[in-house]
Every structure is written in structure tokens, then in C-alpha cells.
Design a protein around this ligand. Structure first.
Ligand code: RIB
Length: 309
């Protein structure tokens, strides 16, 4: 199978759960507090590895306690960590996540993720180029993407960018990306436009893939806008659902599945992931997805259908 490289952020996530969120200047009592490994890069790497991808994670950690906890956990995930760098004068990235009624609000302090920069990827270039499918997000400096993506494009690599947290991107960069996966709140920021979802999807056939939460995922196949519906689940915590989608999507692409099959695989994995608290806790293994697909097929067959979508 093709090799996947995730080049991105690694965080310690600090979760606080409450029934209401405080207003400015107000104090409210929370219900629960816990730590969990996160960062969009690490999350996508874990999602892809659990689903059977051959994954390397490139990124930066501070030389601190959080780094030790994170590395210990990631070592259990069958991810190649040989190219991580450890920074003395920056703390490991941290995210402060407020969970309220199964919704979330996230504040990220990049810390050592700032060091996943162009100088780092330049040093790692020969290791990077041994991979085929690349996943990026926007919690690391965009200058790194501006340096590396043109090189990967020249080498005809598959480049997936999950543009979160959203920021405006230069058109030359967008042109070189194979698949761009913003959510319904991010896509206008990325393109610096107020154009509608339909207009933008039409402009980027089989490339712009917009995740629309509980509704599903939309893309333009060259003829029409296709909606791949989300799984119907009652979410416990949606943190990391987008990352699970991205990781699963990358695995399916690496396995040579079609675009629609890859999106479908991503929606199943993301649907299964939201049933537990914490970004990585609920991320499914390949056997979970296979089990779900078989169960669904069985239901369709017993209803007299043969279709599996
Ligand atoms: O996408 C979820 C992630 O966003 C969290 O794990 C947090 O670390 C932030 O990066």
C-alpha cells in the first residue's frame, strides 16, 4: 500500500465539560475535566493508522512532561515517530476544549507546533519524499506548506489539506492540492470569498470536499453535486470527527478507492468516532468499520435491497 505522511500539529488536549458556558466575567461550575492526546496532525495520524494505513507523523513537541505522555501513547498506535523533533524552549502545543451538550469550543496554543516550519521539513525532505499520500492542516506555519507543497506537487504526490483552523490561502497553493477538505464554516475563509458552496464546489470538481456535520459530505463530481450522508448517531463528543474523516479518507485514497468510496469510508469512520469523549478515544479500528459495513449490508439484504450505501 502507498505510504501516508502526516505533517502537522500535536497537542495535549485539556477538556472541561459543563452544562452551560460562562459569559465574559462569569464563573460557572463544570462537571468534568480530563486530559487527552490531540492536535489535528496527531489525530489524523492515529485515525489513519487504526484503519490500516502505513503512517509516519512529522511534527514537533516541547521537551516537557506532556511530550513524554504523548510519545508514550503514540508509540502504541503503530505510527512511525522517527522523524519527530523535540524543542527545548517551546512547550508542547495545548488545546483547551469546552464540551457543552455534546458540542465543543476549542482554543489552541501552538507552542512547539510553530517549529514544524520550512526549516524542519527541509531537513526532513528525503524522509518526507519516501511517502506517497500527504496530509496537512493549518495548526502549523503556513510558510511550511508554501515551501513543501510545490515540491510534493513536482513529485506528483497526493496532497490532502484539511484547512483548519481556517485562514485565507494563496491561489497558487490551492491549485497544487489534490483534495481540500474544509467544513461548512471554513470554506469561504479559505477562498476569501462570499461565494456560495454550490459555486465553489462547481469550480473545483473532484477536489473540494466540504464536510457538513450531521448532514454529510458534499463534492462536485463534474456533473452534479453529490451528498454522501453522515451516519445517524447520537454524538457524545464530536471533537476530532473531522480528523477521523481526514485520516480515513487518506487511507482509502492510499488503497486506490474511488473518490466517492473514500468519502463514504471517511463518513463511516467519523460517525463511529463520536460515540466517546476525547478526540482519539473513539477513533475506530479497521475491524470496527468492516463490522459496521457487514451489519449494514445484512440489514439491506434482509430488507430486500442489495445496495450498501
Ligand atoms: O480537531 C480536534 C483537535 O483540534 C483537538 O484535538 C485539538 O488539539 C485541536 O487541535
Amino acid at each position: 500500500m502507498k505510504k501516508i505522511a502526516v505533517i502537522g500539529s500535536i497537542n495535549m488536549d485539556y477538556f472541561i465539560e459543563s452544562d452551560i458556558l460562562p459569559e465574559i466575567g462569569e464563573t460557572v461550575l463544570g462537571k468534568d475535566f480530563f486530559l487527552s492526546i490531540g492536535g489535528k496532525g496527531a489525530n489524523q495520524a492515529v485515525a489513519a493508522a487504526r484503519l490500516g494505513g502505513e503512517v509516519s507523523l512529522f511534527g514537533s513537541l516541547g521537551n516537557d512532561e506532556n511530550c513524554e505522555i504523548i510519545v508514550k501513547k503514540l508509540k502504541n498506535e503503530n505510527i512511525n515517530l522517527a522523524n519527530l523533533q523535540f524543542i527545548d524552549d517551546q512547550p508542547t502545543g495545548a488545546a483547551f476544549i469546552e464540551l457543552c451538550n455534546s458540542d465543543n469550543r476549542i482554543l489552541v496554543v501552538p507552542g512547539s507546533n510553530e517549529s514544524t516550519n520550512d526549516a524542519y521539513v527541509e531537513r526532513m525532505l528525503s524522509a518526507i519524499l519516501q511517502h506517497d499520500v500527504f496530509m496537512f492542516q493549518l495548526e502549523t506555519p503556513v510558510e511550511m506548506l508554501e515551501y513543501l507543497i510545490p515540491i510534493l506537487y513536482e513529485h506528483r504526490k497526493t496532497i490532502i489539506l484539511n484547512p483548519a483552523p481556517a485562514q485565507a490561502l494563496p491561489q497558487e497553493l490551492i491549485e497544487k492540492i489534490t483534495y481540500l477538505t474544509p467544513n461548512q464554516y471554513e470554506y469561504q475563509t479559505i477562498f476569501s470569498t462570499e461565494d456560495s458552496m454550490e459555486m465553489l464546489l462547481g469550480r473545483y470538481p473532484n477536489k473540494l470536499i466540504i464536510t457538513c456535520g450531521a448532514e454529510g459530505v458534499r463534492f462536485f463530481d463534474g456533473k452534479e453535486i453529490v451528498l454522501v450522508p453522515s451516519m445517524k448517531v447520537t454524538p457524545v463528543d464530536t471533537t476530532g470527527a473531522g480528523d477521523t474523516f481526514s485520516g480515513a479518507f487518506a487511507v482509502a485514497v492510499a488503497e486506490g478507492k474511488s473518490l466517492i468510496e473514500s468519502i463514504r469510508f471517511g463518513t463511516i469512520a467519523a460517525g463511529l468516532s463520536v460515540t466517546k469523549k476525547g478526540a482519539q478515544t473513539g477513533m475506530p479500528y479497521r475491524s470496527d468499520v468492516t463490522h459496521f459495513e457487514k451489519k449494514k449490508e445484512h440489514v439491506h439484504e434482509s430488507e430486500g435491497h442489495t445496495q450498501t450505501n
